[in-house]
Design a binder for this molecule. Structure first.
Ligand SMILES: [Zn+2]
Length: 99
């Protein structure tokens, strides 16, 4: 099982991120943000380190469009474009609580 960025890079995984703002955040002032982009797995692995956990990436990201810290991270193994590995299903701790 692949749990590290370096392992995912060696296995040829692709990674894509998308802004999650606007989904379940009625109090925020950015009701819908559609920012999404592919990230380069090699650059990411070099920047974060070979042993960086793939499910820890979400906590380090911020949307460049709306500055929301809610980002969705999707991993795509090679040769299986229909399958998305979503490691972001764990609830993220709220920094300011829910009002
Ligand atoms: Zn956004």
């Amino acid at each position: 099982m692949i749990t590290r960025l370096g392992e995912a890079w060696k296995a040829g995984w692709q990674v894509r991120i998308a802004c999650a703002a606007g989904k379940g955040h009625a109090m925020k002032k950015h009701p819908m943000c559609t920012f999404a982009t592919d990230l380069d797995m090699k650059t990411l692995m070099i920047a974060k380190g070979y042993n960086f956990p793939i499910d820890g990436l979400r906590d380090r990201l911020m949307c460049p469009e709306c500055q929301a810290c809610d980002m969705r991270v999707m991993y795509f193994p090679p040769g299986d474009n229909q399958r998305e590995i979503d490691v972001t299903t764990k609830p993220k701790p709220r920094r300011w609580g829910t009002w």
